[in-house]
Design a protein around this ligand. Sequence first.
Ligand SMILES: [Zn+2]
Length: 294
Amino acid sequence: MSDYLIKAMAAGGQIRAYAATTAAIVEEARQRHNTSPIASAALGRLLTAGAMMGAMMKTAEEKLTLRINGSGPIGGLTVCADAASQVKGYAKNPQVMLPPTPNGKLDVAGAIGAGVLSVTRDLRMGEPFTGNCILVSGEIAEDLTYYFATSEQTPSSVALGVQMNKNNTVKHAGGFILQLMPDADDGIAEALENKIAALPPVTTLLDQSNTPEDILQLLLGDHSLQILSKTPCAFACDCSKERILAAIAGLQREELAAWIEDQIPVEGVCEFCGEKYQIQPEELRRLFDGKSDA
Ligand SMILES: [Zn+2]
C-alpha cells in the first residue's frame, strides 16, 4: 500500500487536475496521533488536500500550511505540505468522539464547527502570504472549493474522502481537485458540474478498486485527459532534537532553571508527528548557560 498523486490536464490545458490515494498517509497519522475515527477522517481529508496542493506549488522550496480553526470539539487542524507532497499534521483534540450524522456518517462538520480556513504559502522569500475564508460547511472539501473561488479566483471542485475499517484503521483515503483555467470555455464548466454531480463519493470509487487515474478518466475522459505525472506522496516530518531544543531555548530562564534543579530528563514532543525527544539535564544546562551569556 503506497500512496501516490496524479497530475493531469484536459481540454487542451483548460482544465488542471490532481488526484491522490492517501490511505497510508492517513493511517500513519492515525497511529502517530491515536486519532478517533472522526479525527482520522477530518485530519485525513486535510492531509489529502495538502498532498495535492503541495503538487500545485511552483518551486521546490515553497511550503504550504493549511489551518482550520473552528468552534467544534476537535479544536482545530493544522497540516503542512511541501512541493514533493510530503505532508504532516495534527488535530488539537485527536480523541474527539461524536454521534454519527442521521445518515450514519462520521460527523466531521460537527467536530469542526463554525470557523475559518487559512492557507499560508511560504515562498521562502519575504513574508509568507495567508488567505483566510470562513468555513462554508466544515466538511473541508467544500470549504477548500470556496477558498479557491474566493481567495485564488480559481473555479475548482474539491473532493476528499476517508473511509475507516470496522477496527478503526484506515481502509481508503483519497481525493481529487479539478481547476478551470481563466481561458476555459463556459460549456466545459457546465459539462464538468454534471459529471461531478453524477460521480459517487471518492471512497466508494476507491472501494470499487478505482485508481486515481481511473477517477480522472471518469471525470475527464470526454475532455482529452492527459496524465502529466505520477509521484509518491507520504507522511513525513522534519523535526529533530535540535529543533526541539531551539523551542525549549525560547522558554523563560526560570523554567529552564527549575528543570535543571530537578535533575530529571525532560521530554519534548513534536506536535506534528508525535515523536518524543528526551532532553538530558546536561543539555538543559548548556541551553541555560547559552541564555545567561546573552
Ligand atoms: Zn515531528
